[in-house]
Design a protein around this ligand. Structure first.
Ligand code: 5GP
Length: 192
């Protein structure tokens, strides 16, 4: 059995990464979607162990010191990290793994796992990105401004990714992502 692939779905906050990963998982259920750890407090609709593992800053530090993170980054004032153990376990079982993480984390993973495939998700323009972040209603004006400033920088990284998905139309973007994953990891090769 060959090891699975790592697909990293990344790009600016508000580009729709979460929705695309959710739909990708629905279309290809044998992908394993990593659950990140964060120090960000849960939003009202989020649950521990499902959306994130919600940790205190002290717990996060302790896990970092113990070398438990494959990558970690501070994003908009909170810390986020991918737990190494569950990812390595799934890969060794031959499963493909999806990480939905920010660009800083994406490049850290590429350094440790050069075969990881980086997918950049973007909206048609900055105005659309702002509309989506505002529509989500989860952030204050100051937080929205921070996210848009970070996005300006992140958009410049597009050329260093393995694949770019333009999320102007969700169904088309999902098809694009599904096709890309299947082109790298065709369904039948996992059973050989
Ligand atoms: P949110 O707070 O809106 O859930 O996520 C904020 C940003 O953190 C998003 O860009 C998201 O992709 C990123 N993020 C979520 N989990 C991780 C992680 O484990 N590592 C890194 N580096 N970024 C993450």
């Amino acid at each position: 059995m060959s090891a699975g692939h790592v697909f990293i779905v990344s790009g600016p906050s508000g580009a729709g990464k979460g929705t695309l990963v959710h739909e990708l998982h629905r279309r290809i259920p044998n992908l394993w979607v990593s659950v990140s750890a964060t120090t960000r407090p849960p939003r009202p609709n989020e649950s521990d162990g499902v959306d994130y593992f919600f940790l205190t800053p002290i717990e996060f530090d302790a896990r970092e010191r113990a070398g438990e993170f494959l990558e970690e980054a501070s994003v908009h004032g909170n810390r986020y990290g991918t737990l190494r153990g569950p990812v390595e376990r799934r890969l060794s079982q031959g499963m493909d793994v999806i990480l939905e993480i920010d660009p800083q984390g994406a490049f850290q993973v590429r350094k440790h796992l050069p075969s990881a495939l980086l997918v950049f998700v973007k909206t048609a323009d900055a105005a659309e990105l702002e509309k989506r972040i505002r529509h989500r209603g989860a952030e204050t004006d100051a937080q929205i401004r921070t996210r848009l400033d970070t996005a300006q920088h992140e958009l410049k990284l597009e050329g260093t990714y393995d694949h770019v998905v333009l999320n102007d139309d969700v169904s088309r973007a999902v098809e694009d992502l599904v096709d890309y994953v299947r082109s790298v990891s065709p369904p039948d090769t996992k059973d050989l």
